[in-house]
Design a protein around this ligand. Structure first.
Ligand SMILES: [Cu+2]
Length: 472
């Protein structure tokens, strides 16, 4: 009885709004807010009229992995509280968020704020052109400069004035170039940027500027000439930052624009680049993208070359399998994948959905049992504990619950016994839709010569496609 009472009180405490002491210094208020999780922050009492709640609204606008609708609401509240424009609020927000884009969640955060700033109509941005130009040319914050140069270009419908201003200031042209991927639907403006960006790639030897121009290029055009230029940078470029940018940019070029004669030397260069990369760094996102690019390019090669290149890439490290959740669909984007028995595997699970998901790997035929057992477990008391993972020998591997915008890595050795192993999200109710199959084979090379398709454990029929487009 007493335990039930305590439990009830705990649950009540968990559901009620966290109390914030506002009669302290701004720094102390900020500190209290910084201690709250996103879920707790969302429960903090607030209005859009009392300046006291400004720090709460600002935190909601600038937090990593915050939903778009929450940010939009916080932005509207800040505009009202400060009696200012969204442009001003967003420039202030960009000055405050971590500029480092080393992690996926920081990058998503910056992307979200830039999308709010640059997603405004050109006519609105034009009303604030003086403010934007001043911010672009005088701010000490690279992200503010990036957003402001992009906004001036959208306001003008033309890059000339912003480009000219940025050219006169040390390092500013690189900030302008980094805004190009964020220009949204301004396709006429992007087209106008194609010639100057391509000319800059041809001219500049300043590594930072060159890398930024190469990063901007595929956002202005994605044709054969762009492919050739990026391929040349990968094959012959001397500067590592520019080569890395070219490897990222070339992934955006559609296969129809690939130059057939360049594909084999390019895949060989990629094998060499991955070989040069220390083993411990081969699971970095950038290297994983490079390996995936090598595999994609090799698909266009004759069978024998393709198989030998894939074998080389595979021999270089762990086999990495990237799986994403599909927002609002309760599904993984991968129906099945194949690995070699006894070889190291890394599953990289990214969750762009608003709700948490996990991935539990189980013995062949165990989907229903694991899904049902996980779904009836209570939420764990310890927020760091793995949730909804049933204690049964059927479970081979599991991640923790992955929150919105987060990534989890699962490193393991593939089972020695071939078979159709299942993976499933055990969050209550998800297992009926959110699952897939890891096909374990004795010899991957032999399998690639005569591929087989595993069965969907629910229908017992072979999967129609390894990828899941998100049908509902
Ligand atoms: Cu799920």
């Amino acid at each position: 009885m007493i335990t039930l009472l305590v439990l009830g009180m705990l649950l009540q405490a968990q559901d009620s709004a966290p109390r914030i002491l506002y009669d302290t210094s701004p720094r102390a208020v900020e500190y209290q807010l910084s201690r709250l999780s996103n879920e707790q922050l969302l429960r903090v009492d607030r209005t859009d009229s009392d300046a006291k709640f400004r720090p709460v609204q600002f935190a909601l606008l600038t937090r990593r992995a915050m939903a778009r609708s929450v940010r939009a609401e916080a932005l509207a509240a800040l505009v009202k509280i400060d009696r200012t424009s969204p442009t001003q609020v967003l420039l202030a927000a960009l000055a405050k968020v971590p500029p480092a884009e080393d992690t996926a969640s920081d990058k998503q955060n910056v992307d979200a704020l830039l999308a709010l700033l640059l997603g405004q109509p050109a006519a609105t941005l034009r009303q604030h052109r003086d403010v934007l130009m001043a911010a672009a040319t005088t701010s000490s914050q690279p992200l503010v400069r990036r957003g402001a140069y992009g906004a001036v270009m959208i306001a003008d419908g033309d890059p000339a004035a912003a480009w000219q201003a940025a050219s006169k200031l040390d390092g500013h042209l690189a900030d302008l170039l980094r805004s190009v991927p964020h220009l949204g639907n301004a396709s006429a403006l992007r087209a106008k940027l194609a010639a100057p960006v391509m000319a800059l790639v041809g001219e500049t030897t300043v590594p930072e500027m060159r890398a930024a121009a190469i990063g901007a290029l595929p956002w202005t055009r994605r044709d054969r000439a762009t492919f050739d230029l990026l391929a040349l940078e990968i094959l012959q470029g001397a500067d590592p930052a520019s080569r890395a940018a070219a490897l990222t940019s070339i992934q955006l070029i559609p296969e129809s624009a690939w130059a057939p004669a360049t594909i084999e030397p390019l895949t060989r260069a990629i094998v060499a680049i991955v070989t040069e990369t220390p083993a411990a760094q081969r699971t970095n996102p950038a290297t994983l993208d490079t390996i995936q690019l090598g595999e994609r390019l090799s698909a266009a090669l004759p069978a024998e070359t393709r198989l030998s290149i894939r074998r080389e890439l595979r021999a270089l490290g762990v086999q990495v399998v990237r799986i994403q959740t599909i927002p609002e669909q309760m599904q993984f984007d991968l129906n099945w994948f194949v690995v070699q028995a006894g070889k190291p595997v890394q599953i990289l699970l990214t969750n762009p959905d608003a709700m948490p998901h996990n991935l539990v790997m189980g013995q062949p035929g165990s989907l229903q049992e694991i899904g049902a057992a996980g779904g009836v477990m209570p939420p764990p008391a310890d927020p760091e504990a793995k949730a909804y993972v049933p204690d049964t020998p059927l479970v081979l591997q599991s991640t923790r619950l992955v929150n919105a915008g987060e990534v989890a890595r699962l490193n393991f050795t593939a089972p020695a016994k071939p078979g159709e192993y299942v993976y499933v999200c055990t969050f209550p109710g998800h297992w009926v839709r959110m699952y897939g199959v890891m096909l374990v084979v004795d010899d991957l090379d032999a399998w690639e010569r005569a591929p087989t398709v595993p069965a969907n454990p629910t229908t017992s029929k072979p999967f129609a496609s390894p990828r899941n487009g998100g049908s509902s």
